[in-house]
Write a protein that binds this ligand. Structure first.
Ligand code: 5GP
Length: 212
C-alpha cells in the first residue's frame, strides 16, 4: 500500500515571494499537490472558483466554522480564509504530499495541532531588499512602508517556530533565485519521503526476503 501523504505548510511575509516559489515547485513537481482554500474575499480578475479558491459567502464560511469543517482558518486583511479538513484528509489518504500556502496564523495553528506537519518559512534576504520591493511598487507612502516593515518584523519573529527557513535571494544578486528556492522546498519534501517511518514496510519486506 502507498504511504500516506505528508502535510507541509508554507508562509512568510508578503513580498518574500512564497506564491511564485510554490508555483515554480508545482511546475517542476506535479506529484506535489496544493490545497485549494475557502475564502470570503471576492475573486480577482482571472481567478476561477474551485481552482484558485472556493469563493464562499460570509454566512457559508461561518456555517463551515460551526460544522467544524476547517482544518485551520484565519482572518486576513478583512476576509476569512480556511483550509477544509476534507481536502487535507482526501489528499493525504490518496498518498499525495500536500502544501498549504497560508498565512502565519494558519501555519502556527496547523503546527500546534499536528506534530507531523512540516512548517516552511520563506524569508526575504534583507530589510533593504524588502524595502526596495515595497518602494518599487511606487504605490506606498513612507508611513505605509513603515507599517508594513513593522508587520514583517512580527512575522519574522514567528519563523523560529517553523522547521525550515528558505531565504529567497534577490534575482539581481542571484539570477536563478526562484529556481533555487523551489528546489530547496522540494528538498524538504524529498527528505520527509525518505524518513525511516516511510521505509519501514519496504525494509521489513526486504529483510524477510533475504532471510527466506
Ligand atoms: P490573497 O487574498 O492574496 O489570495 O491571500 C491573502 C493571504 O491569505 C495570503 O497570505 C495567503 O497565504 C493567505 N491564505 C490563503 N488561503 C488561506 C487559508 O486557507 N488559510 C489561511 N490561514 N490563510 C490563507
Amino acid at each position: 500500500m502507498a504511504n500516506r501523504g505528508k502535510l507541509f505548510v508554507i508562509s512568510g511575509p508578503a513580498g518574500a515571494g512564497k506564491t511564485e516559489i510554490v508555483k515554480k515547485l508545482l511546475e517542476k513537481h506535479p506529484d506535489v499537490r496544493l490545497s485549494v482554500s475557502c475564502t470570503t474575499r471576492a475573486p480577482r480578475p482571472g481567478e476561477v472558483d474551485g481552482v484558485n479558491y472556493h469563493f464562499v459567502s460570509e454566512e457559508r464560511f461561518r456555517a463551515l466554522i460551526e460544522e467544524g469543517a476547517f482544518y485551520e482558518w484565519a482572518h486576513v486583511h478583512q476576509n476569512h480564509y480556511g483550509t477544509l479538513k476534507s481536502t487535507v484528509q482526501r489528499e493525504l489518504d490518496e498518498g499525495h504530499d500536500l502544501i498549504l500556502e497560508i498565512d502565519v496564523q494558519g501555519c502556527l495553528q496547523a503546527m500546534a495541532q499536528d506534530d507531523t506537519v512540516t512548517g516552511i518559512f520563506v524569508c526575504p534576504p534583507s530589510r533593504e531588499n524588502l524595502e526596495r520591493r515595497l518602494r518599487g511598487r511606487g504605490t506606498e507612502t513612507e508611513e505605509s512602508i513603515r507599517v508594513r516593515l513593522n508587520n514583517v518584523a512580527s512575522e519574522v519573529a514567528t519563523a523560529y517556530k517553523y522547521h525550515y527557513v528558505i531565504i529567497h535571494q534577490d534575482w539581481s544578486d542571484v539570477p536563478n533565485a526562484l529556481e533555487i528556492a523551489a528546489d530547496e522546498v522540494y528538498a524538504v519534501i524529498a527528505a520527509k519521503r525518505l524518513e525511516i517511518e516511510n521505509r519501514r514496510a519496504f525494509l521489513d519486506a526486504l529483510s524477510a526476503s533475504l532471510k527466506a
